[in-house]
Design a protein around this ligand. Structure first.
Ligand SMILES: Cc1cc2nc3c(=O)[nH]c(=O)nc-3n(C[C@H](O)[C@H](O)[C@H](O)COP(=O)(O)OP(=O)(O)OC[C@H]3O[C@@H](n4cnc5c(N)ncnc54)[C@H](O)[C@@H]3O)c2cc1C
Length: 466
């Protein structure tokens, strides 16, 4: 992975806009460029475009969408900006947060209206720190369906995606203008493709154990649940080009991945009244602060294990999630008619688990104050039958990256934009602050879609859209 001098390098073919990565960011950017009647080519290292997008729950937060309006949700750019900033404790770029929130609604409307990407509003509960219903997702609530509909939209728009094409080097002239890339095929053959503008949509460095150990050491022993092809290439190239970077220690974790099944168990269960205990049968945190920071907290519990405890009402709500239905089929979700049976099927220490069950019931009834600060009164008290899932904490994706402006142009250290280089999604700095606690649910796909659209628009203008 290097940035090579241009010298006399010639290219087999040259396109106006080249995009590296065919996840949500790359395909959003490609659709935007194609809509502007500018030529675009997407390069993807895998045989089938998937990325972390395919592994996700497909939830894209957005405000002021037509879908929200039809359901009477009064969300605004101001409210969404405030929610993102509040979760990140203000430790992120406020102007970028506002620009991203402002882009979110038009982006969702455009994907639905112009590209037939079917999205529905997730109703019934709010994710931590979201003050409005604003998660737009496929009906199945799976990233597999989301990337499937993006791929279909790209095909319908006549966008070329060259798969099994891993970009290894960029070519740049002496002032840092990108002229093209070198890619390798699985059989080792190489190709060189020239471009007028390059969009980096190759996500972050979650799949690169060395970079994780260096930049996010607290998660180096945790299970990585994202796409392994995301190796931090954007950062390596950006460094060589003198690009500015920020928040490289920032990441999205998750405290609820069924273990050993490896299936995401939606945090909706916690928001609707469920709770977590560790192997001692005791609670250890305020589950409502956020699932991202809970990844590190659960990974730090004895044996790196927690149990999600919930009841029939919550189980029934979970059935809206395809992943939850898969977890049931995989026997990850265990049922108990009584607390005795719950103790038996989990193997948790009897006295502690009984005490925890009694304490959470009292808190739900408004008696006492939770030592971790959670308010249990927003949901009905849990009742038999009980359910339990054994989970672990995971690293989902990194949130730090290349600094970009509101046209998704990659910036130099002095704040000036590099000539023709753009970045979005996990390749760019996110809006989650410096660590894991600043991640507001959906910040990942939010910046994939919005920065992807901004990058596509700016690159198309640069290449003279018609
Ligand atoms: C289990 C899980 C659940 C999640 N749920 C949600 C959710 O519901 N909502 C949300 O907002 N976020 C969620 N996220 C985060 C979200 O998936 C990511 O933030 C988002 O998918 C990033 O999109 P992207 O396009 O930047 O990257 P990706 O979708 O990962 O796409 C990057 C692509 O670039 C390719 N690539 C990388 N390097 C190269 C190279 N050198 N040459 C060619 N191709 C390359 C990769 O193969 C990949 O296909 C979740 C993440 C995980 C792991």
């Amino acid at each position: 992975m290097a940035v090579l001098p241009l010298n006399e390098q010639s290219f087999e073919v040259t396109v106006p806009v080249l995009i590296i990565g065919a996840g949500a960011c790359g395909l959003t950017a490609a659709l935007t460029v194609a809509d502007a009647n500018v030529g675009v080519l997407v390069l993807e290292r895998d045989a089938v475009p998937q990325g972390s997008t395919a592994l996700s729950s497909g939830m894209i937060p957005a405000c002021e969408t037509k879908i929200q309006a039809a359901l009477g949700v009064g969300d605004t750019v101001d409210i969404m900006t405030a929610d993102i900033l509040s979760k990140a404790h203000g430790e992120t770029d406020e102007a970028m947060v506002r620009a991203i929130a402002a882009e979110s609604g038009p982006a969702i409307d455009w994907l639905v209206d112009d590209h037939n990407i079917e999205l529905t509003l997730v109703e019934g509960f709010l994710y931590p720190n979201h003050s409005q219903l604003r998660m737009h997702a496929p009906v199945s609530r799976t990233g597999a369906d989301l990337i499937g509909s993006f791929s279909r939209a790209a095909e319908n728009a006549g966008i070329d995606i060259l798969t099994e094409a891993q970009v290894v080097d960029l070519y740049a002239d002496e002032v840092g203008r990108i002229a093209g890339v070198r890619l390798v095929r699985p059989d080792g053959t190489e190709e060189r493709i020239g471009c007028e503008a390059l969009i980096l949509a190759c996500n972050g460095f979650g799949g690169n154990a060395e970079m994780i150990a260096q930049l996010i050491p607290e998660m180096s022993d945790a299970n990585y649940f994202g796409h392994t092809g995301n190796q931090g290439d954007a950062i390596t190239w950006g460094e060589a080009l003198g690009a500015a970077m920020a928040d490289l220690g920032s990441f999205q974790g998750h405290g609820s991945v069924a273990h050993p099944h490896g299936i995401l168990i939606s945090w909706a269960l916690m928001m609707q009244g469920g709770f977590q205990v560790n192997v001692t049968g005791k609670r250890f945190s305020n589950e409502h602060l956020g699932y991202s920071e809970q990844g590190r907290i659960v990974a730090g519990q004895p044996e790196s294990i927690a149990w999600n405890i919930f009841d029939q009402r919550i189980y029934d709500g979970g059935l809206d999630f395809e992943d939850f239905r898969l977890a049931i089929k995989s026997d990850a979700v265990r049922k108990a008619a009584t607390i005795d049976e719950l103790i038996e099927i989990t193997g948790l220490p009897e006295d502690n688990l009984r005490a925890t069950m009694a304490e959470t019931a009292a808190l739900a009834a408004g008696e006492g104050v939770d030592e971790f600060g959670r308010d249990f009164t927003g949901n009905p008290a849990l009742q038999a039958p009980w359910y339990a899932v054994r989970v672990t904490g995971s690293l989902f994706h990194t949130q730090g990256g290349l600094k970009v402006n509101d046209q998704a142009q990659v910036l130099r250290q002095d704040g000036s934009p590099l000539h023709n280089l753009y970045a979005g999604g996990g390749a760019a700095r996110g809006v989650s602050g410096p660590s894991d606690w600043g991640y507001l649910s959906g910040n990942g796909l939010l910046t994939a879609v919005t920065l992807g659209r901004m990058a596509g628009r700016a690159a198309a203008i640069m290449c003279g859209e018609s």
